[in-house]
Ligand binder design. Structure first.
Ligand SMILES: C[S@@+](CC[C@H](N)C(=O)[O-])C[C@H]1O[C@@H](n2cnc3c(N)ncnc32)[C@H](O)[C@@H]1O
Length: 225
């Protein structure tokens, strides 16, 4: 299957009915009991880093943006699938925040309509969906680094190709790979480090349960996608 098609397959499960149960199934049950990493661990990245102008890549149900204690004046949502962006926009409608949406894939340059100079970019649980190994899909960091302000921060998390610790995690991993929702069989920590180093001067990686969290600063402007 070509990359474009595989990327579309990976976003297909995010329908309105699935997003309606997403918080229970993914945020609560899967994070804690399959991956052994409570959603609050990822939420703390938002609390710490959400900036005045924020780009959220792959918002899913928008739980993190809806629950962070940090405030943002302007949030742009970017996703290959419009449904998670519509769902998240509705969820944030009563906030004192302007919300824009842009259809785009992390595997392609960010559409010009998204603008530049973001203070923060969040990309949580997106990389393991995108097809290809990290040496290829790591291009996402280059694309996003180009629209991050010099003093901005990119943060997020992903599930690498290690054997999940729990039986529930192993069953989910198997099922999600089968339906093309997970494309992480070639994703290892060395590849993540290479991809981050290629696009950022400073980065940190941490592991909690089966989840690998990252934050990166100082995008390398000389990198050409
Ligand atoms: C597993 S969900 C994560 C949702 C939310 N960020 C979270 O952590 O709960 C993956 C999200 O990323 C989006 N996505 C997957 N592949 C993408 C790609 N190549 N480009 C842009 N968005 C993508 C999906 O449509 C979905 O909204």
């Amino acid at each position: 299957m070509d990359t474009d098609r595989a990327a579309r397959y990976a976003v297909a499960p995010y329908t309105s009915p699935f997003l309606a149960i997403y918080d229970l199934w993914v945020i609560r049950l899967s994070n804690s009991f399959a991956w052994r990493c409570a959603a609050e661990t990822m939420l703390s990245l938002y609390d710490e880093h959400l900036g005045r102008r924020h780009l959220e890549v792959g918002p899913g149900s928008g739980w993190y943006l809806a629950n962070t204690t940090a405030a943002s004046e302007q949030i742009t949502l970017m996703d290959l699938n419009p449904t998670p962006m519509e769902f998240t926009s509705r969820r944030l409608a009563d906030r004192d925040t302007t919300v824009d949406t842009v259809i785009g894939s992390v595997l392609e340059p960010v559409p010009a309509s998204a603008g530049t100079q973001y203070d923060s970019i969040g990309m949580n649980f997106v990389l393991h969906c995108a097809p290809g190994g990290l040496d290829d899909k790591g291009i996402a960091f280059t694309h996003l680094g180009r629209i991050l302000a010099d003093d901005g921060v990119l943060f997020g998390s992903t599930i690498l190709n290690r054997r999940p610790r729990t039986r529930f995690g192993r069953a989910l991993s198997f099922a999600y790979r089968r339906i093309g929702a997970f494309n992480n069989d070639a994703d290892d920590r060395a590849g993540l480090e290479r991809a981050l180093r290629e696009s950022f001067r400073h980065f940190q990686i941490a592991e909690v349960g089966d989840v690998t969290l990252f934050r990166a600063r100082r995008p390398r402007r000389e990198v050409q996608p």
